[in-house]
Design a protein. Structure first.
Ligand code: ATP
Ligand code: MG
Ligand code: ZN
Lengths: 427, 215
């Protein structure tokens, strides 16, 4: 197809031991982004600029009211590793969801915020204290309080008591990344999940991406509605097609950039997790184009065909991130174990890219992952986690399923959940 | 608690609940506030209630959209067409016409003091998803205004909001009106994204008008 661009790289196991250190990358990004005032302040005080650890984000405490089945929870977390355990249906995922909600204003389970409110109650609220520690000499850790509440279907968020300027600025303030069993479909399933992966990266790399995405959606829906009604007004259809082309081509450029950032990290991660002789190739397959006038032309020429369809036959809503193993589509050829390795590698790469873009190690939320992984992958996952700087939350039905590497075991704090109740901070 | 009374509740006089229901139709006024207002009018301040009744009753006889531009205006006598202060100001440049979506936007632009021309209020934006299409916009009226031999328009400055619907409306106007020989321009997008013209500050709006671009 004319104008389609391919962005690809070959991911196989890298040879250099230094490239295997994911901390190095975040640290590198941080030092690169360090402002010159900080450097000169260091020099003026006669301090050598020592290689520093990457800055770190930690949720120190959480207060939950009427969120899902959690009526009232007040807990203090470990800055490193937290295990949430309990039988099915006790509230483990709900607790992770509460953390995700206070960090991003959204849920990873639903688009309907009203579902988050405990049955029979009018409002849900989550409050958390975050510490952002630059882990650098001369810069003190900053403490902030974030608050997110749902009343009816309305979500209200605050940072230190003040409304943020946009929801996107709120959502990127405290990067939190989830990993739950449904995400196995990243490798096995249709393109939608992989597009949202690219969009999560884009939110951190190019903050205006969220705006382009919602404008693209609205313009496209308006155009489809006009075609469906058989509008006679050429200028009316053209107006919305023009906007769809403007925002759609911007979205394609943004997702191409996100893919370029993802690929090297994916290579690194896949090399650590999978058999070393296996090559994973990821390629951005745009459903649209980066060229605005080409996008306009494509939409104009497909009007007749698109009139009977719910969405256009051209545009970034058809994007995919195509994954191949040794030259064949992973979706079709990969084994169960390979699918798991690909998914883990994609998630690890997401952590690195967002870490770079935001200049801070994200908080990781892992929901019941050992239920989907075999013993070997679980070990690979936990040794990966031990190599990460960020704060980690893991849920499990059986605490015994988790055998921790040394680096994590000594920092573990354990929270048993039962009937939506969590005892305030057990060591 | 007083606000727990439902309108139509057993103990309330029906005239009171009717006033509360009417007040509750005002933008931004909920059931609880409407009842508080109604109780105030009924019990605390008699003259406010009587004056308000008379003024509100006469409001629609005299105050109505300007028949030339849609701005809010006052007529000489009940039922007569009204002409706004902008349209009756002879120092205004009638070759420059600023198209806005709502009267609130016109007032915001007037406050910025950067507009020396006249206005045209569309009253709505193109929005297929809400069932508003090109046929529902007053394009015929706008064309007639542009062609007016007494005061021909040379430039149309489109000041619709920077939302998708606002942008689409601007593009539609450019395509429909340029063939008439007018220059169609768009205010610069100095206004906060997705934001309301009404809430943009005067400096920003002034700059947006000065920095307008051809569409
Ligand atoms: N809005 C709500 N109000 C009250 N209870 C709810 C609400 N939404 C979900 N629940 C219930 O909360 C309980 C806990 O759900 P949650 O998903 O957190 O369980 P879990 O501990 O993660 O279980 P599993 O191990 O099966 O994943 C469930 O019984 C669920 O039905
Ligand atoms: Mg669960
Ligand atoms: Zn007027």
């Amino acid at each position: 197809m004319p104008g389609r661009e391919c962005f690809e790289t070959v991911a196989s196991s890298p040879d250099h031991a230094s490239e295997r250190d994911p901390e190095r990358n975040i640290r590198g990004a941080f030092e690169h982004g360090k402002r010159s005032e900080d450097m000169s302040a260091g020099r003026a005080a006669g301090l050598e600029t020592l290689p520093s650890r990457p800055p770190k984000l930690v949720i120190t405490s959480l207060t939950v009211r009427d969120f899902r089945n959690l009526a009232k929870v007040e807990i203090v977390f470990s800055p490193r590793f937290n295990v949430i355990s309990g039988q099915n249906g006790q509230g483990k995922t709900s607790l992770l969801e509460a953390i995700y909600f206070v960090a991003t204003s959204k849920s990873f389970r639903t688009h309907r915020s009203a579902e988050l409110v405990r049955h029979g109650q009018e409002a849900a609220s989550v409050r958390a204290e975050f510490i952002e520690d630059p882990q650098d000499q001369g810069l003190a850790p900053l403490v902030r309080e974030q608050h997110a509440a749902v009343a009816g279907a309305r979500v209200v968020v605050k940072i230190d008591g003040a409304r943020p300027s946009t929801l996107a600025s709120f959502a990127t303030r405290s990067p939190v990344i989830t990993f739950h069993p449904d995400e196995m479909a990243l490798s096995t399933g249709p393109a939608g999940l992989r597009r949202t992966l690219l969009d999560r990266l884009s939110l951190f790399m190019t903050p205006e991406s969220a705006d382009h995405r919602s404008r693209y959606d609205r313009a496209v829906k308006a155009r489809q509605e006009l075609l469906r009604r058989g509008s006679e007004s050429e200028s009316e259809i053209e107006a919305f097609e023009h906007l769809a082309a403007v925002h759609g081509s911007a979205l394609t450029r943004i997702r191409a950039q996100a893919t370029s950032a993802l690929l090297p990290e994916l290579a690194l991660a896949f090399g650590r997790i999978a058999a070393p002789d296996l090559a994973l190739v990821a390629e951005y397959a745009p459903g649209g184009t980066t060229d605005e006038s080409e996008a306009s032309a494509a939409l104009r020429s497909s009007r007749r065909r698109d009139a009977g369809r719910p969405s256009p036959s051209f545009g970034p809503h058809r994007d995919d991130l195509v994954l191949s193993l040794d030259g064949r589509r992973a979706r079709i050829v990969a084994s169960q174990g390979q699918h798991r390795a690909i998914t883990l590698a994609l998630k690890a790469a997401e952590v690195s890219v967002i870490g770079h873009a935001r200049g801070i190690s994200p908080i990781l939320l892992l929901d019941d992952v050992s239920s989907e992984l075999d013993a070997e992958r679980t070990d690979a996952l936990f040794s990966y986690l031990a190599s990460q700087q960020g704060q980690i939350f893991v849920t499990t039905t059986r605490r015994a399923l988790i055998s921790l590497p040394e680096g994590l075991a000594s920092h573990e704090r354990h929270f048993p959940v039962s009937g939506g109740q969590i005892p305030p901070t057990s060591e | 608690m007083a606000y727990r009374f439902r309108t139509g509740g057993a103990d309330l006089p029906s005239r009171l609940t009717r006033v509360a229901q009417l007040l509750g139709r005002l933008p931004g006024v909920g059931e609880k506030t409407a009842m508080r207002f109604a109780l105030f009018l009924a019990t605390v301040d008699e003259s406010t209630a009587r004056d308000m009744g008379a003024e509100v009753g006469a409001l629609r006889d005299y105050v109505r959209p300007c028949h030339l531009c849609g701005n809010i205006a006052e007529s000489e006598a009940p039922g007569e067409p009204a002409m706004c202060t902008v349209c009756s100001d002879t120092r205004r440049d009638s070759s420059l016409l600023c198209v806005v979506a709502r009267v609130q936007d016109l007032l915001a632009i007037e406050r910025s003091g950067a507009m020396r021309g006249r206005y045209f209020v569309l009253g709505k934006l193109l929005s297929p998803l809400e069932g508003i299409s090109a046929d529902d916009l007053p394009l015929g009226q706008l064309r007639a205004k542009i062609r007016d031999p007494e005061a021909p328009v040379k430039e149309i400055l489109v000041a619709t909001p920077p939302s998708v619907d606002g942008e689409a409306t601007a593009l539609l106007l450019a395509r429909e009106l340029t063939p008439l020989g007018v220059r169609v321009t768009r205010i610069a997008s100095g206004i906060p994204h997705g934001g309301d013209l009404e809430y943009a500050d005067q400096v920003t709006l002034g700059r947006a008008i000065e920095g307008r671009k051809n569409l």
